[in-house]
Design a protein around this ligand. Structure first.
Ligand SMILES: Nc1ncnc2c1ncn2[C@@H]1O[C@H](COP(=O)(O)OP(=O)(O)OP(=O)(O)O)[C@@H](O)[C@H]1O
Length: 284
């Protein structure tokens, strides 16, 4: 059974501006919960509030214990977040950055971490970074760096993993392997995963539970097909959206564009005919 992370009547503010209003959100223990909603609906702010990175009112509890009662070190051993923006450290290789994830397990004075090397190695492999391990992180592409940060989170070996738009910067192949990895982390390793995703088909594909936010409040929560109805998504996103079950499972989610489509190219002359004409003998 995975860890439970629960927000009860949680409000999150930046200074005087309250962004998230009295929400109750439970991340499914040992499962994947996707947070979805339009730009500015408060997904990142909610995630930050759930991991003590923002000013909150209300309560967040981890396996029933108020997170404010946990020491920073024990909290970091239990929960980590892949945030949207992180400063790129200078003078470190990819493997050295991933090792930073072991920090809460070493504690002060760099105490022994017998599992450290193996866990770092496994995290590098899971994120496909074997070839890049010795490269300075300042020389990596956005997608490569994103995978380094994910590996750093994995090296932290927490029970709860929060991911804020983790597919940003990733090409199709790496997006698919990341989604597979997220599913495996829940199914095989029992992690509790909360993930912000903009791609609604990806959310329906990997999430057990979906939370739809609108203007800092939870509009709907439940299974993907309960939450992601055509009428609800069209209203929240302000554009007509068709939702249909896919034969392979999951949902097809298509927004309809109002503008003109690109004109279809004019039919080209049939090459076979041209070739046969060219091949005819020239009459004398
Ligand atoms: N540091 C900040 N200070 C003040 N307001 C902020 C800050 N960060 C975000 N906001 C505001 O909070 C609101 C919610 O932002 P948030 O980033 O949580 O939304 P989001 O749903 O994650 O959006 P997106 O899909 O665009 O990433 C927005 O109106 C934004 O302008």
């Amino acid at each position: 059974m995975g860890a439970s992370l629960q927000a009860d009547q949680l409000s999150v503010s930046y200074g005087a501006h309250r962004i998230v209003h009295n929400v109750d959100v439970d991340l499914l223990p040992g499962g994947v919960t996707a947070l979805i909603g339009p730009n500015g609906s408060g997904k990142t702010t909610l995630l930050r509030g759930m991991c003590r990175l923002a000013e909150t009112e209300g309560q967040v509890s981890l396996d029933g214990a108020d997170i404010s009662s946990l020491s920073p070190r024990s909290f970091a051993q239990r929960l980590t977040i892949l945030a949207q923006q992180r400063p790129t450290p200078t003078g470190l290789t990819a493997a050295e950055v991933v090792e930073l994830g072991r920090h809460p397990h070493r504690g002060r004075f760099r105490r022994a971490d017998p599992d450290g090397a193996e866990v770092v190695e496994r995290s590098l492999v899971l994120c496909g970074l074997e070839e890049l391990r010795h490269r300075p992180v300042t020389e990596l592409s956005g997608g490569q760096l994103q995978r380094v940060w994910l590996a750093t989170c994995l090296a932290q070996q927490t029970d709860v993993l929060l991911l804020d738009e983790p597919t940003t910067f990733l090409d199709m192949k790496h997006q698919m392997s990341l989604l597979d990895l997220i599913r495996d982390l829940a199914d095989i390793h029992g992690l509790t995963v909360g993930v912000v995703l903009h791609d609604l088909e990806q959310a329906a594909d990997i999430a057990d539970h979906v939370v739809l936010l609108q203007e800092g409040s939870v509009l709907s929560a439940g299974t993907p097909s309960e939450v992601m109805t055509s009428a609800r998504l069209s209203e929240v996103y302000g554009v007509p959206i068709d939702v249909a079950p896919m034969p392979s499972g999951g949902l097809s989610v298509r927004a309809q564009r109002a503008g003109r489509r690109r004109a279809a190219p004019e039919a080209a002359p049939t090459p076979a005919r041209e070739e046969s004409t060219a091949a005819l003998p020239i009459p004398a």
